[in-house]
Design a protein around this ligand. Sequence first.
Ligand code: ZN
Length: 257
Amino acid sequence: MSGKIQVTVWNEFRHEKKNDAVKAIYPNGMHEVIRGALAAHKDLAVRTATLDEPEHGLTEDVLNQTDVLTWWGHVAHGEVKDEVVARVQKRVLEGMGLIVLHSGHFSKIFKRMMGTNCSLKWREAGEKERLWNIEPGHPITEGLGEYFELPNTEMYGERFDIPTPDKLIFVSWFEGGEVFRSGCCWERGHGRIFYFRPGHETYPIFHDANVQKVLANAVRWAKPRVRIADQCPNTKPLEKLAPVKEKFGKVGVLQNG
Ligand code: ZN
């Protein structure tokens, strides 16, 4: 793995076409804002893909050239083809990084990688959110302070039905009193997965400098270290083994170990 990290920013891209409030915040789609934020970093090469493109923009070729995939979806999770989900899962298990954003908690790919319902509490009331950085030494929190705040957010509250994260990076507090595991890391196969909570479509979350910093850090953390296709080989021993008849008096009976 040399050169720039190849990032594909995937967006469902439906709210921005239908809802004027969302269009005002993301006139070219939120994927364009995320792409721009990541592309400002010289070590990242960024492309976008959206639901309504052929194969949702996630062809074998695109995924083969992708080191890290970011995922935002909300109203059309059910329209994502199962064969594309399987293709993304295979690439993650081979080593591709996956960053799932906000309402992507209910996406087919996230639920498949987690194996749980991924349900949570929610409320849309423009509340303040304070994200506590509980892993200040982790690559994903590099350059962040002890906490950062978003003035208006949709609330997500516990319990979040996920497997216990390998590493919990952010815990959110909301004005209404709930808390939430907002930054979660897992490994699946050879791939790294990061779930990051902020990102509701009617608030300018992806324009926020701290959110953008987390995304760039997360891409670097999630980049592949290896790419290994699935295998289940019958394998020869490395050392010479005693003949089977010396170990077994009769078939299936081990003599003295
Ligand atoms: Zn939302």
